[in-house]
Design a protein around this ligand. Structure first.
Ligand code: MCA
Ligand code: AMP
Length: 487
């Protein structure tokens, strides 16, 4: 089966009728026929390119660009349009795209100026070209994801992983072409792009993207035909807050109560928000657990029990085990161990990083997630923490403390810096920078440091709190003792 069967043959027996809506962004709606035509027209132009960068704004242009690359069998590298100069330079140098795909009105930064630019036209008509389906093992996407230290790594996702993971979700959630997915997730990560766009397109269903998250937007789309909502816990927290103030959000209770599935992922959904939404709407949010490198590993089934604090059992085809520090597989499911996963949903490796790929996988192909968990008696996975304290999840984004520390140290007013995550009711974790100023009498302001990090890396990596110290706590070997920083 091709990766996107509904686009292969828009009017044939396997495809949806050409006039059926595929994607909607605000007032712009693309039918399957239009999406197939626009993406095939672009596919003809990118065919043969080594890799293409996609300027991944939350727009229909991004969908056309990614689908075109998939049709042409050219790996796409989705780029956060808010990426700062240093991170963008790294992504461009590392992934070496030959072309960048962007909307005609998009202004691209200097780091992309050396690439051929192709403007995406959502109204383009395709020449009648047939694209052979590429091999399942060929790379479809390269998605950049942060580690504890160093710049982000490009996870190579083959077509088979995307197909396997989306089909496992079809099985778990009874996801069909009749579903209308609503979300407001960014289109440069797995959650928003693979689950949130390729998911509906693989099923022949539709997606309505809000452009940016708002309680009113979610309410409106769910009340006008949306059947499923995907979001990160920060979004569900904001919905729970709005529910607590019914006068301020008319229709929200009915909207959430009427949805077929409310799904949360990318970080742990606080039990309190889960319970608040359940109490107000009678609906329980279900959680699924995944990673950029593994796509989806576990998920509560549509007909399963949405137990707060758990991410459900392994999805179809996914092997999951808990291991001790020394690699011993745990026999006692109630004991805490690191989650390892294996299956067709896995990436093939990090681009240009055989060292990191080898470190992430065991000899027999299990991926070391770094997530710590226990198992309930019926196999439900309960994530209890992370191995690395230097990884922060803020708003559902994974952020490495090391990359922020390096950026802070490049500020002339900073002599020493350490970054930690602190609990935050809205973001899950909040980035906190601990700074020793070069001139203690005139330290750089918190706003200045946030703008500095935003300019080099990305806005979601900026410190939300800055604390000034005379010296960082260090052990006898000179290593910063982050635990002494109040983590
Ligand atoms: C703020 N802004 C700035 C600055 N400060 N811009 C420039 N310079 C600055 N110094 C802008 C932001 O870009 C944004 O603009 C607005 O101000 C608010 O920013 P921020 O405070 O960061 O937004 P927020 O309110 O904290 O956002 C919450 C959020 C967001 C909407 C929940 O965190 C989000 O979209 N999270 C989703 C993360 C995600 O998809 N993760 C998936 C990866 P504007 O408002 O215009 O944008 S995990 C994954 O894929 C795995 C497989 C999985 O399991 O899912
Ligand atoms: P990323 O590298 O951005 O793909 O983030 C993957 C990480 O997000 C995982 O390793 C987990 O730590 C976390 N994660 C994703 N989904 C969940 C969930 N439902 N509950 C808890 N953590 C999650």
């Amino acid at each position: 089966m091709p990766l996107l069967p509904a686009l292969q043959d828009v009017s044939g027996p396997t495809g949806r009728a050409a006039s059926r809506e595929a994607v909607r962004f605000g007032a712009l709606s693309l039918s399957y026929g239009r999406l197939a035509a626009a993406s095939d027209a672009l596919a003809g132009r990118v065919a043969g390119a080594g890799r293409v960068a996609v300027w991944a704004t939350p727009t229909a242009e991004t969908v056309v660009a990614v689908v075109a690359a998939l049709r042409a069998g050219v790996p796409a590298v989705p780029v956060n349009p808010r990426t700062g100069a240093r991170e963008l330079a790294h992504i461009v140098a590392d992934s070496a795209p030959s072309v960048v795909l962007a909307g005609a009105a998009d202004v691209l930064p200097a780091a992309l100026a050396g690439l051929e630019r192709l403007d995406v036209d959502t109204a383009a008509a395709a020449p009648a070209a047939a694209f052979p389906e590429p091999s399942p093992d060929s790379p479809a996407l390269v998605v950049y994801t942060s580690g504890t230290t160093g710049p982000p790594k490009g996870a190579i996702l083959p077509r088979r992983a995307i197909a396997a993971s989306l089909d496992a979700l079809e099985d778990a959630w009874r996801w069909t072409g009749d579903d209308v997915l609503v979300h407001a997730l960014p289109l440069f990560h797995v959650h928003g792009l693979v689950l949130g766009v390729l998911g509906p397109l693989r099923r022949g269903g539709s997606v309505r993207h809000l452009g940016r998250f708002s309680v009113e937007g979610v309410t409106g789309e769910l009340l006008s035909g949306g059947t499923m909502l995907f979001g990160v816990p920060t979004m569900y927290h904001r919905l729970a807050e709005a529910l607590a103030d019914p006068a301020g959000s008319p229709g929200l209770t009915e909207a959430l109560a009427g949805a077929r599935l409310l799904v949360s992922g990318s970080a742990a959904l606080p039990v309190r928000d889960h319970e608040r939404i359940a109490a107000a709407t009678g609906r329980r949010v279900i959680e699924r657990y995944g990673m950029t490198e593994t796509l989806m590993n576990t998920g509560v089934r549509a007909d399963g029990e949405a137990r707060p604090g758990t991410v459900g059992p392994p999805l179809r085809g996914v092997g999951l085990r808990l291991v001790e520090e020394d690699g011993t597989v745990l026999e006692d499911p109630a004991a805490i161990g690191e989650i390892q996963v294996r299956g067709p949903n896995l990436f093939t490796g990090y681009l240009n990083r055989p060292d990191a790929t080898a470190a992430a996988l065991t000899e027999d192909g299990w991926f070391r997630t770094g997530d710590m968990a226990t198992l309930d008696a019926d196999g439900y996975v309960r994530i209890v923490g992370r191995k690395a304290t230097d990884l922060i999840k803020s708003g559902g984004y994974k952020i490495g403390a090391g990359e922020i520390e390096n950026a802070l140290l490049d500020h002339p007013g900073v002599r020493e810096a350490a970054v930690t995550g602190e609990p935050d009711t809205d973001l899950g974790e909040r980035i906190v920078a601990w700074v020793v100023a070069a001139e203690p009498g005139s330290p750089p302001s918190a706003e200045d440091l946030a703008a500095h990090v935003t300019g080099l890396l990305a806005p979601h990596k900026r410190p939300r709190t800055v604390r000034y110290l005379d010296a960082l706590p260090r052990n006898d070997l000179g290593k910063i003792m982050k635990r002494a920083l109040g983590r």
